[in-house]
Write a protein that binds this ligand. Structure first.
Ligand SMILES: NC(=O)c1ccc[n+]([C@@H]2O[C@H](COP(=O)([O-])OP(=O)(O)OC[C@H]3O[C@@H](n4cnc5c(N)ncnc54)[C@H](OP(=O)(O)O)[C@@H]3O)[C@@H](O)[C@H]2O)c1
Length: 275
């Protein structure tokens, strides 16, 4: 009979996709504080550089690798995986985040949008998982954590592609769990509610979600929207990226192995579904 691994590997390597800012950056930051080496990817080289400097200032012991690439683009996905290889960075943990999917209904969906969004949400998730899992299994430890949204559990027709593609992450996680459970590789999905990030603040202000962080002068407007949204959440508050990051870090402890294949909601009680 096999035994539960005694601990996380040392050195411990974590790749977080789409992670130059927002909640994915905060997850990388938590892992750096935990003593891990970190690989980050995103489209914008200057965002990545700022992220790298912040991590190194706080966690000077960490190796921080940044890879510029758009995960909606197949060539860039391959470049990211090839760079990890070339840098001899074999992740023990893959936290799969993405950009914010486009809004819109089935009736307005174009073929070009379909391909772009599927590659961004699922393409990198599938092919990075394919690349990482067998090496994790050989080393006898691994975690794949796919970030999804509440619309994946309760589809919203105004967010057609997000609801559809992010629910496919459930099947991906289950299939990885079944194939690799006997080699200490576990997979999870975390469905997100409201997390206080630049994306959420820009949405509250009616600005494009990719804008830089809102200026201080706009924080009062943001705060009013924050209170409206918080009132709808049973927990009566919007989560911080830091608390999400601590939960994601917890999922990488050896003791979570038996939870593999589970879908978690991180929503302050907003999620009404039983399963
Ligand atoms: N915040 C929430 O309340 C919430 C709730 C549910 C789901 N989510 C989901 O969680 C994810 C992160 O959200 P967030 O609030 O942290 O967003 P954010 O603050 O806008 O950060 C998004 C991050 O993704 C990177 N990115 C965007 N598109 C990319 C692409 N095509 N290829 C590579 N990197 C890309 C951005 O970096 P660059 O600009 O440098 O590329 C940035 O680092 C999104 O998928 C979002 O839909 C968030």
């Amino acid at each position: 009979m096999r035994k539960l691994p005694a601990g996380r590997p040392s050195p411990f390597k974590v790749y977080v996709s789409a992670s130059s800012r927002g909640l994915a950056f905060e997850i990388a930051r938590q892992f750096a504080r935990d003593g891990a080496d970190i690989a980050l990817s995103s489209r914008n080289a200057s965002h990545l550089d700022t992220a790298r400097q912040t991590l190194l200032a706080e966690s000077p012991q960490a190796r921080v690798l940044t890879i510029q690439g758009d995960i909606a683009n197949v060539g860039d996905q391959e470049k990211i995986l090839a760079t990890l290889d070339a840098e001899d960075f074999q992740p023990d943990v893959f936290v799969c985040s993405a950009g914010h999917p486009m809004e819109g209904r089935l009736s307005s969906l174009s073929r070009a949008d379909w391909s772009h969004e599927l590659e961004m949400i699922l393409g990198h998730a599938v092919f990075a998982s394919q690349k990482f899992t067998s090496a994790m299994a050989e080393r006898g430890f691994g975690r794949l954590i796919f970030l999804s949204s509440l619309y994946a559990k309760a589809p919203n027709h105004d967010f057609f592609i997000s609801s559809l593609a992010r629910s496919a992450l459930f099947a991906l996680s289950k299939m990885v769990a079944r194939e690799y459970a006997d080699r200490a590789v576990a997979a999870f999905v975390v469905c997100l509610g409201y997390i206080d990030t630049p994306l959420l603040r820009n949405r509250a202000l009616g600005r494009p979600h990719d804008e830089p962080d809102p200026e201080e002068s706009l924080l009062e407007t943001w705060s009013a929207r924050y209170e409206e949204w918080a009132a709808e959440i049973p927990a009566k508050r919007i989560a911080t990226p830091a608390e999400l990051a601590r939960f994601i870090s917890f999922l990488t402890l050896p003791e979570t192995e038996y939870l593999s294949g589970n879908v978690f909601s991180f929503s302050g009680g907003l999620d009404k579904e039983i399963i």
